[in-house]
Ligand binder design. Structure first.
Ligand SMILES: *[C@@H]1O[C@H](CO)[C@@H](O)[C@H](O)[C@H]1NC(C)=O
Ligand SMILES: *[C@@H]1O[C@H](CO)[C@@H](O)[C@H](O)[C@H]1NC(C)=O
Length: 162
């Protein structure tokens, strides 16, 4: 039996420096909605791509239409990935090899409210935090700390590109 190849990408947010908890009014009847991202922030993420671990410095900058990922592979190279909102991404290293390439995607960077319309699926403990959990478009599950409203973890499935 053939299964489609999927890679499971799991991301832990270690530190979300400038996400401030929003003051939300409590409406007891409706399910919680994901907190929109601040328009600029810095986070450190641990990414697990089907067992391949990466440490990522993420600099999200919506007003300037860019998203900068500085990706450290375990025992490996440091890769700079600068994504622009026009869909162009530049990947490069600053080591002796100074490699670079670009890619053109059909979509730009994630909007601050990219989780609008996500389906609330309840509360779960992740990594020591009690989280509200949502699913969107059947490919991402997003976990937000109930107390600070910061993302703690997300999980998504994607076709393996390599
Ligand atoms: C990474 O994900 C794989 C499953 O894809 C899992 O077996 C492994 O334990 C995870 N590693 C860490 C450090 O979380
Ligand atoms: C997208 O914007 C970046 C930054 O301004 C620029 O370097 C790149 O050439 C642009 N891409 C396209 C397709 O215009």
């Amino acid at each position: 039996m053939a299964y489609p190849t999927i890679s499971c990408i799991s991301i832990f947010f270690l530190l979300s420096l400038s996400i401030t908890p929003s003051t939300s009014t409590c409406i007891s009847e409706s399910p919680p909605i994901p907190t929109p991202w601040p328009h600029q922030f810095h986070s450190i993420l641990v990414m697990n791509k089907s067992g391949i671990l990466q440490l990522i410095d993420l600099w999200y900058d919506w007003p300037n239409g860019r998203n900068f990922n500085i990706i450290q592979d375990q025992l490996g190279k440091l890769l700079y990935d600068l994504e622009w909102n026009n869909g162009t991404s530049f990947f490069y290293t600053l080591d002796a090899s100074k490699k670079c390439r670009s890619a053109q995607l059909s979509v730009g960077i994630l909007r601050p409210n990219w989780l609008d319309g996500a389906t609330y699926i309840g509360q779960q403990h992740v990594d020591g935090f009690l989280c509200n959990v949502w699913e969107k478009a059947e490919f991402i599950t997003y976990y937000e700390d109930i107390v600070t409203k910061r993302p703690v973890h997300w999980l998504f499935y994607t076709e393996l590109l390599m």
